[in-house]
Design a binder for this molecule. Structure first.
Ligand code: ADP
Ligand code: MG
Length: 344
């Protein structure tokens, strides 16, 4: 349905998107998860034809987004990070205008607008000027615009950012409703959000795709390294000798702690719970354990491990960029803005 091939985006000599490859299948909710600056918005802007790529290509139902934008864009509804709202219009005027830009036929327009007004719960404010709406309502207007005409693929960049908890719940419900008949791709820097809403998670770090799977599989993938930690006064050799016969022990790493106790991290096979057998093995040798605990891997651990040092890297790169004030960057931004104008 969507194929992203070898996508690269450079701003000056800063690589925002670094050789991304992935495929989006029909009928699921995908989540781009990554810290700020990871390259989520840049990727979405390229996928939706807002921004050109430095290298690589995006195919939407077989149509190249740059070479065949009209056909490709027909399949997509997009809510950018900053929705392109015309604030001097009323909600209805704006949605009607958006419907026109999307080439929805005149006689179908009214009904199309009515449908999204209902779905995005905008009925009460439909006659109001957008500039007088709260952030939450504006976000819903942006969302209504994205789903107008019900394109097959709906791409939402941080759809819940800046909303209050009640609005967040409503938007998530709306996303789930949409997902029954559409493919939804959303981005978020919030793990819990992606975990709760998405069928499939793609973790992006420094412009690279570092993991992609279902939330459950991602956890299990890492749970291959499910571990038990112990501390004891036995020596490192004794620890190894005692643990050797214990079933489901995959690997043992030992170290001498500052207080001269021995710490060991035991990697476990087959998701077994080996705590009792470890306890008994040490007890039999009269070597008491000072600590024994399971360390289960959560999606949060996966996320943190895969994206660690990201914040520092982002800061360094931003500093470099600011120092340079590269012309190429400025040019990109202007191009980006120009493209924005004609593209809803
Ligand atoms: P995310 O959406 O994941 O927060 P972005 O795609 O917005 O990340 O940004 C990715 C990287 O590209 C960041 O390092 C950001 O500073 C940089 N970047 C984004 N847009 C521009 C631009 N117009 N000019 C220069 N650098 C940019
Ligand atoms: Mg972003």
């Amino acid at each position: 349905m969507i194929e992203v091939k070898n996508l690269v985006k450079k701003y000056g000599n800063h690589i925002a998107v670094d050789h991304l490859n992935f495929t989006i299948e029909e009928g699921k909710i995908y989540g781009f998860l990554g810290p700020n600056g990871a390259g989520k918005s840049t990727t979405m802007n390229i996928m939706t034809g807002y921004l050109g790529a430095t290298e690589g290509e995006v195919l939407i139902n077989g149509h190249n987004i740059l070479k065949d934008p009209e056909e490709a864009k027909k399949c997509i509804g997009y809510l950018p990070e900053i929705p392109p709202l015309y604030t001097d219009m009323t909600v209805l005027e704006y949605l009607d205008f958006a419907a026109e830009l999307k080439k929805i036929k005149k006689k179908e327009r009214e009904e199309a607008v009515e449908q999204v007004v209902k779905l995005a719960k905008l009925y009460d404010v439909q006659e109001r000027l957008i500039k007088n709406l709260s952030k939450g309502y504006r976000q819903r207007v942006g969302l209504a615009q994205a789903i107008l005409g019900f394109p097959e693929i709906i791409i939402l960049d941080e759809p819940t950012v800046g909303l209050d908890p009640k609005q967040i719940i409503e938007i998530r419900e709306l996303i789930r409703t949409l997902a029954k008949n559409h493919t939804v791709i959303l981005s978020s820097h919030i793990l819990a959000e992606v975990q709760e809403v998405c069928d499939y998670v793609m973790i992006i770090s420094k412009g690279k795709l570092v993991a992609s799977d279902t939330p459950v599989n991602l956890e299990q993938l890492m749970a291959g390294s499910e571990t038990v930690e112990i501390t004891t006064r036995a020596t490192q050799t004794e620890v190894r000798d005692i643990l050797r016969p214990v079933a489901n022990v995959e690997k043992i790493t030992t170290q001498v702690n500052k207080d001269n106790t021995t710490g060991a991290v035991i990697e476990v096979k087959n998701h077994a719970d080996i705590r009792e057998s470890v306890f008994m093995a040490f007890a039999e040798k009269k070597k008491p354990l000072l600590l024994l605990k399971n360390t289960k891997v959560s999606l949060e651990d996966v996320f943190l491990e895969l994206t660690q040092n990201d914040a520092e890297a982002e800061k360094l790169e931003t500093d470099e960029l600011e120092a340079e004030e590269s012309d190429a960057v400025k040019q990109e931004m202007e191009e980006g803005e120009n493209e924005d104008a004609g593209n809803l």
